[in-house]
Design a protein around this ligand. Structure first.
Ligand code: 9MR
Ligand code: 9MR
Ligand code: ZN
Length: 545
């Protein structure tokens, strides 16, 4: 439930953090139209007033009233007022996206496993070294054993470590580094800060080092690492002593891993050639393994949990998108025409060429191929047309939505905030490849929505805005005895498919509850964060360099 704060009218939704001066800016009221005012919060002076425009919000099937105040560009603190009250305050000014981007990346540090979180980096959110179990048996027979499973990030509010979402994280972070150089910094205050390697890459490497341990000598990659049951909800990481098991090798994990490590070999080469070689070797072996076992490793292995390895399922019914992405990455990393032929082959298979995500990774492959300088012109043109069409769809949806959201009405699923930022990732790809501003409004409106311009007036990033998520389903946050949540986490968001308990009959974007038990709406994950970081990186690089 939105917590109505005294003196405020939560029916008037704004980006609670703020708007850049040159941006297209509007507030959305769901109660009344009529004249709205933009008020300078310090002086109380009305700086602008206009009639709100009535629009029908198709997603939530209600009339809303948009108050456009784009003409106001003077930096300051403001609020919007209508006849029923006033919105939460917000800034017009800068920097806007950079601090958010940095917090959202820094949140990954708080997910580190196999080390203590120290006060000099973690502030009050410290904990002792966790999950120190060194070896793990492989399900189902438990005869095989992985020699070293330590490290990486906890996936989410649970402590499982899964390869497919990890692959997406590596994509998001490495492409952020590559495409948005002006967004990259070395001052996130993580243990590697000041090392000369950008923090983004140091943090990503923490995960990569663990991922490399999840590869068998055959080249195959184990799908995940989990205990049989989730740790109890109130449990600090260091108190979770459930035994961890590896899930069997899957095609999806192996092919996605090939893609992620091939990208890593290209990006880290300038900093550490030996690490780059390790990554490339791992990538080639994983790709060869996946292609050699397409007929004898059932794709279903990646769609179920194999006891005694429990945890989240991360069911992914298709490996072609990961193979497509891996072909593109290996082509870019090696220039070997063999991989171009494989890429062309997988392009013909039936899966989305534009989806960004932990399950559907075709969009990663498409962006990668279009960035390859020796790409086949005819094939590149087709791939670019796919990317462009995807971005145009996102833009068209956003223009029809009362709150400017690119997510279709049936897109409010588990992790809908990331479903949105994944769509925006496609729009960002188009914007970069076509060098156009055409999708910028759609991209920024999506961020406005996540920061509070939504039907609940809820800011979905912890630690930002007036009424932000305070009770994520995240075991450390639920257990540490500290009132505030760890900052910089993107909550999963409204879920109309597995509704929270008070959401019967509510419109899709209202199916959310800021409650620690609502894991279907209010969990946080590494790949939801990196998906948002990629979009924020685009905006930071473009507008705040
Ligand atoms: O706490 C678990 C959360 O981290 C997972 O994402 C989620 C979905 O797999 O499951 C949660 O665990 C719940 C379990 O599925 C059902 N019983 C209640 C658990 C929450 O404490
Ligand atoms: O995002 C996943 C959702 O689509 C599934 O329905 C749900 C239950 O299997 O699991 C979600 O993923 C969770 C994963 O299983 C465990 N880590 C946290 C993930 C996000 O809640
Ligand atoms: Zn741990």
């Amino acid at each position: 439930m939105p917590q109505e704060q005294p003196g405020y009218n939560a029916a008037i939704a704004v980006n609670q953090v703020g708007y850049r001066p040159e941006s297209h800016k509007y507030a959305v009221a769901k109660d009344v139209g009529g004249t709205c005012q933009l008020i300078n919060a310090k002086s109380g002076e009305t700086v602008y007033s206009a009639e709100a425009e009535q629009v029908h919000d198709h997603t939530n099937d209600l009339d809303v009233y948009q108050f456009d105040f784009s003409t106001v560009t003077a930096p300051g603190q403001y609020y919007v007022q209508n006849q029923n009250g006033r919105s939460y305050p917000f800034m017009i000014g800068e920097p806007l996206y950079r601090p958010l981007q940095n917090a959202v990346v820094k949140a990954l540090y708080f997910q580190r496993c196999g080390c203590a979180l120290l006060p000099e980096y973690a502030g009050q959110f410290t904990h002792a070294c966790c999950h120190t179990q060194k070896t793990a048996k492989v399900a189902p027979d438990c005869t095989e054993q992985l020699p070293d499973i330590t490290g990486g990030w906890h996936d989410a509010g649970d402590f499982g470590r899964y390869i497919t979402p990890a692959n997406q994280c590596i994509f998001n972070l490495l492409y952020m580094y590559e495409l948005f150089p002006k967004a990259v910094c070395d001052d996130l205050n993580i243990p590697e800060t000041g090392s000369g390697v950008p923090d983004l890459l140091s943090e990503a490497r923490y995960e990569l080092e663990w991922m490399l341990k999840m590869q068998a000598p055959s080249g195959g990659v184990y799908h995940k690492l989990c205990s049989t049951e989730f740790a109890p909800p109130h449990c600090m990481p260091e108190d979770d002593d459930f035994e961890l098991f590896a899930a069997p090798i899957s095609l999806q994990a192996t092919a996605g891993f090939a893609a992620a490590t091939a990208a890593a070999s290209r990006i880290y080469r300038a900093f550490d050639a030996a690490f780059a070689d390790r990554c490339l070797h791992a990538a080639k072996a994983a790709f060869a393994f996946a292609e050699a076992h397409l007929d004898d490793i059932p794709v279903d292995i990646g769609t179920v949990s194999t006891a005694p390895c429990g945890g989240g399922v991360y069911g992914d019914p298709c490996a072609f998108d990961e193979l497509y992405w891996a072909s593109a990455e290996l082509l870019r990393a090696t220039g070997d025409p063999f991989y171009e032929q494989r890429f062309a082959h997988y392009y013909e298979q039936d899966f989305s060429k534009t989806d960004f995500g932990a399950y559907n990774q075709g969009g990663h492959g498409s962006l990668c191929y279009c960035l390859y300088e020796h790409a086949d012109p005819a094939l590149r043109q087709k791939v670019l047309a796919d990317i462009t069409a995807g971005a145009q769809r996102a833009k068209a949806t956003s223009e029809k939505d009362g709150y400017g959201v690119a997510l279709p009405a049936d897109g409010y699923c588990w992790g809908s905030n990331a479903a949105l930022t994944n769509l925006l990732g496609n729009a960002v790809s188009a914007a970069v490849l076509l060098n156009t501003d055409e999708f910028d409004d759609c991209i920024r409106f999506g961020i406005d929505y996540i920061l509070g311009c939504n039907i609940l007036s809820k800011c979905y990033i912890t630690g930002f805005g007036t009424d932000s998520v305070r009770n994520p389903h995240h075991r450390p946050c639920q257990t540490d005895g500290i009132d505030e949540p760890i900052p910089g986490f993107v909550s999963g968001g409204p879920n109309a498919e597995q509704r929270p308990w008070d959401a019967e009959g509510k419109p899709p974007a209202a199916c959310f509850i800021d409650n620690e038990w609502s894991y279907t709406t209010n969990e946080v994950t590494i790949y939801w964060n990196t998906s948002a970081a990629f979009v924020l990186g685009y905006l930071t690089n473009k507008f705040e360099a």
